[in-house]
Design a protein around this ligand. Structure first.
Ligand code: 2HA
Ligand code: ZN
Length: 272
């Protein structure tokens, strides 16, 4: 008899982080989505991996994700309800050997499906797994209010956003030395925005979708959450500074370089 999946550490951690994200104010209505790459050993104590109720074709083959397993938020569901009914608001999928389709192992009750942003999640996992030697396991997407507000005001490019956020708070260059990649506005849920996000994920662990929200990645749920939280806090400081008439001084270039040296990080090229 399989153990109760709601007792699994990965499930408790996932529910905790999505609830924290809801309380942060980043997940109005059905906004945002999360995917967490699991190992078969973590999961097979809790689900019958041979049953696999439904099989769904992917938008394109992703052979790098052959046989990978993901816990994912459901399409159209609200973060605030995950804690009340995980089996309706979440699901576990396994990608087939060819990377062409996935089987649903658990969840997505009432014919639910994974998030509409599945292309961006899966392609970002493939990118970040390569960039981190297989370490990265988490992709988060949030509607971060202050970063969205800044996309109305700042020049929409990687250098401008990265420099601005680094200048707002001393910890930023240490937490995200690879900067924040900025895409042009694109159609959410499309394969194109997924491909473009994954391209920027080759070199950044954070990617901004202007007028929409942020993608963050990490080895653990805590790490990916902390990354979003840090970038969004820096954006809030910028918004407040603009509201007070604009920054009259910020952390200087030489101070940023000194931080990088002290904390042993290499800042993204071309920013300072
Ligand atoms: O799931 O956030 O980008 C709703 C969204 C789409
Ligand atoms: Zn979104």
């Amino acid at each position: 008899m399989a153990k109760n999946i709601l007792e699994a550490t990965f499930m408790k951690d996932f529910i905790k982080v999505t609830h924290d994200m809801w309380h942060k104010g980043w997940h109005e209505r059905n906004g945002g989505n999360v995917s967490y790459r699991l190992t078969t050993e973590e999961v097979d104590k809790y689900v019958d991996t041979n049953s696999g109720s439904r099989s769904v074709e992917l938008f394109r083959a992703i052979p790098e994700l052959s046989c990978e397993v993901f816990l994912v938020t459901s399409a159209g569901k609200y973060f605030r309800n995950i804690i009340l009914d995980p089996e309706e608001n979440l699901g576990i999928i396994e990608i087939d050997e060819m990377g062409k389709s996935y089987r649903i192992w658990w969840g997505f009750l009432d014919n639910g499906l994974p998030t509409s942003e599945l292309p961006a999640h899966l392609l970002s996992h493939a990118s970040r797994m390569k960039a981190t030697d297989g370490q990265c396991r988490v992709v988060l997407h949030s509607h971060t209010t202050n970063l969205i507000a800044l996309s109305n005001v700042l020049k929409l490019d990687t250098a401008t956003f990265t420099r601005t956020l680094w200048q707002m708070h001393t910890e930023c260059i240490v937490v995200f030395p690879d900067g924040i990649g900025v895409l042009p506005w694109m159609m959410p849920g499309s394969d194109e925005i997924g491909e473009a996000t994954a391209e920027l994920m080759k070199t950044h662990s954070l990617v901004l979708w202007p007028f929409h929200g942020l993608f963050s990645t990490g080895v653990t749920l805590d790490e990916a959450f902390g990354l979003i939280d840090t970038a969004e806090s820096a954006a809030e400081i910028m918004v407040k500074s603009l509201a007070m008439g604009g920054a009259k001084q910020t952390i200087t270039k030489s101070q940023l370089l000194a931080l990088a040296t002290t904390f042993g990080v290499t800042p993204l090229d071309g920013i300072l």
